[in-house]
Design a protein around this ligand. Structure first.
Ligand SMILES: [Zn+2]
Length: 256
């Protein structure tokens, strides 16, 4: 190859990007999370469930006003019927048409009620299919058509900006993690020049499961916001858009 590959860089000379994301519109994100984000000056991504937003509408509107991103997480949260609570709304019984309607309905709800049209999506339970067996279909292409980023869950790697398929960006579970666990992920992102997306649910010490401890969350926010650590902490939408611009410029250069 004679033309040099364009080199990917993060804005302002940062060495890696970090996004914090929280699923299901759990009330503890409002009660325990928003004050931490405000103290640390960080913006996060909230993948909301519409019914829970309606329970505390003015609080979720305040989260939008504070600059946080509201992402799409479907309306009815379909997952595998192997979860007893999803048996009547199982991905195994879904079609792509029905899934697309879920995505569009959730977008319309968020636009109408919170005034922000989502540009990113979080796969419910991290599952990316509808149907089963020989009839199974991936719904990643649907997500690619409607969003800049589709975020996974319980993935095992940092996102490499040159490689990542933004329609299925990796999400790292941060529920129950220690600060050291999460700092290790951040340092691997830094070593690779990559993007780590953390995923949590509740925020609090009182939850037995699916929760990040407030002191861990605050330590991560402070670490990422400390300029000496050379990290860009921002929403999934902001970081995803940065990578998307670079990936499309690279494709354009390869074609010209
Ligand atoms: Zn969820």
């Amino acid at each position: 190859m004679t033309n040099a590959e364009p080199v990917f860089t993060w804005p302002n000379g940062e060495r890696a990007a970090v996004s914090l994301s929280f699923d299901d519109a759990r009330p503890s994100q409002i009660d325990n999370g928003l004050p931490i984000f405000e103290r640390c000056g960080v913006r996060v991504t909230l993948y909301v469930s519409p019914s829970r937003v309606l329970d505390r509408l003015s609080d979720w509107q305040a989260a939008v006003a504070a600059g946080h991103e509201i992402g799409n997480h479907t309306v009815t949260h379909p997952c595998s019927g192997n979860f007893p609570w999803s048996r009547e709304n199982a991905l195994e019984d879904y079609t792509l048409t029905r899934m697309e309607q879920e995505l569009l309905d959730a977008n319309a709800f968020i636009r109408d009620v919170l005034g922000q049209l989502p540009t990113t999506f979080a796969y419910c339970c991290g599952q990316k299919y509808v149907g089963r067996g020989t009839e199974l279909q991936s719904y990643v292409p649907l997500v690619a058509r409607h969003f800049i980023v589709g975020r996974g869950f319980r993935d095992e790697s940092v996102n490499d900006p040159g490689i990542v398929d933004l329609a299925q960006a990796c999400g790292i579970e941060s529920d129950g993690a220690s600060f050291e666990d999460l700092r290790n992920w951040i340092e691997s992102a830094k070593a690779a020049g990559g993007w780590v997306i953390f995923v949590a649910h509740d925020i609090g010490d009182e939850f037995a499961r699916q929760a990040i401890r407030p002191h861990v969350l605050e330590a991560v926010c402070r670490y990422c916001a400390d300029p000496s650590n050379a990290l860009w902490i921002d929403t999934v939408a902001a970081v995803g858009a940065w990578i998307q611009r670079w990936q499309s410029r690279r494709i354009h250069m390869a074609q010209s």
